[in-house]
Design a protein around this ligand. Structure first.
Ligand code: 13P
Ligand code: SF4
Length: 354
């Protein structure tokens, strides 16, 4: 989308004034008008790693959502300040698991006599509190690019996994990558007594999936895949693992946003692709690869942007950069020390995965 030239100039000037003091990270789902100012772009794994690799930057401006900014704060040094240009940029999936609900779940697992066998694996898309719970109970964080390795590691530590909060990534990784069956998985519903499960069901399960999902990816369904295959003969269907199991099963390729980009970079001219992920990224890729003769379409035209990723727009970015350039620290994301210590343990276990 064309961005206001006046705002573009202001963002450029503020960034120039800040120089090496500021480092701007941009998730692949960010708007074009914002992504043009990112020093690095990436999936959530790459951004977590890159945030930690800039100790000289006093300010990390995170163009993404709240849990990503929290993770950056946990992984960076104390003198570095992480800024989220709009504090309303949350994630509905991360909000589906609260610290109280997860503590209650652990009580249910303890009651069923299985807590000692359970290793928590939490998706990056979770609050710092959930990451701290994970670290405290011997578990690891994962992202969509290392979920398989995280599960392999977890099943070396224990017999069962509690996977938080995305049931789809958990199920897809267990079934697609780990050879488990759908019957090995149960879904824990935090809104029902005992998660809606009997102690027998919990004892029989290998994967205890939290009942959370992404409101964007959850809207793709089997019809989306069937319709696009009918509309575009020979199309390759490439989707994110936050999609429902039926969608992932019917797709040709599955992976994180970074994987999606790499796959399209390597695709031959003349190939056709339907992409099941957030719209800002799909549009950008369609425009980027059209001159090379790669046809890229959105998997389902009725699915739209991630509304919270979209909260970070050029006016918010300009405001954050200009404030920092004037010496005003705004919208700082800071995780308290105790939470940080345990959350860091879980994040570092992820970073150390083979
Ligand atoms: P990745 O960029 O790690 O694939 O994650 C997608 C996502 O939903 C981030 O919110
Ligand atoms: Fe959360 Fe889904 Fe948006 Fe990612 S795309 S930030 S998982 S709501």
């Amino acid at each position: 989308s064309p961005s206001d030239p006046d705002l573009v100039e202001r963002a450029r000037a503020a960034k120039e004034k800040l120089g090496d003091k500021v480092f701007v990270l941009g998730h692949h789902y960010q708007r074009d008008e914002v992504i043009q100012f990112a020093d690095v772009t990436g999936d959530s794994f790459k951004l977590a790693r890159d945030a930690a690799a800039r100790p000289e930057a006093e300010y990390i401006v995170f163009c993404g959502v709240h849990f990503m900014a929290e993770s950056a704060d946990i992984l960076t040094s104390d003198h570095q300040k992480v800024v989220l240009p709009d504090l309303a940029a949350g994630c509905s999936m991360a909000d589906m698991a609260t610290a109280e609900q997860v503590a209650e779940c652990w009580d249910v697992l303890t009651e069923a006599g299985i807590a000692e066998q359970v290793v928590p694996v939490s998706y990056m898309n979770s609050s710092a509190d959930i990451k701290a719970f994970t670290g405290k109970h011997g578990g690891t964080i994962c992202t969509s690019s290392n979920a398989k390795r995280a599960l392999e590691w977890a099943f070396q530590q224990g017999e069962k996994v509690l996977f938080l909060p995305d049931q789809h990534l958990g199920r897809n990784t267990a079934v697609r990558d780990m050879g488990m069956s759908l019957d090995d998985c149960v879904v824990y519903n935090p809104h029902r007594p005992n998660g809606g499960l009997t102690a027998e069901q919990l004892r029989a399960a290998k994967m205890i999936l939290w009942r959370g999902h992404c409101s964007v990816h959850g809207r793709f369904n089997l019809d989306s895949v069937n319709d696009v295959r009918e509309r575009i003969p020979g199309v390759n269907v490439l989707v994110h693992p936050e999609c429902r199991h039926e969608v992932v099963s019917a797709a040709d390729h599955v992976g994180s946003t970074e994987y999606i980009i790499k796959t399209l970079e390597a695709a031959p001219a003349g190939s056709k692709w339907a992409i099941g992920t957030e719209l800002n990224l799909v549009r950008r890729l369609a425009n980027r690869f059209a001159p090379e003769g790669k046809e890229i379409v959105f998997l389902d035209r009725t699915v739209c942007f991630c509304s919270t990723m979209n909260r970070i727009d050029l006016p918010h970015l300009v405001w954050a950069l200009e404030s920092l350039a004037e010496g005003n620290l705004v919208n700082r994301i800071e995780v308290d020390k105790e939470t940080e210590a345990f959350a860091k343990l879980a994040l570092e276990r992820m970073l150390a995965l083979p």
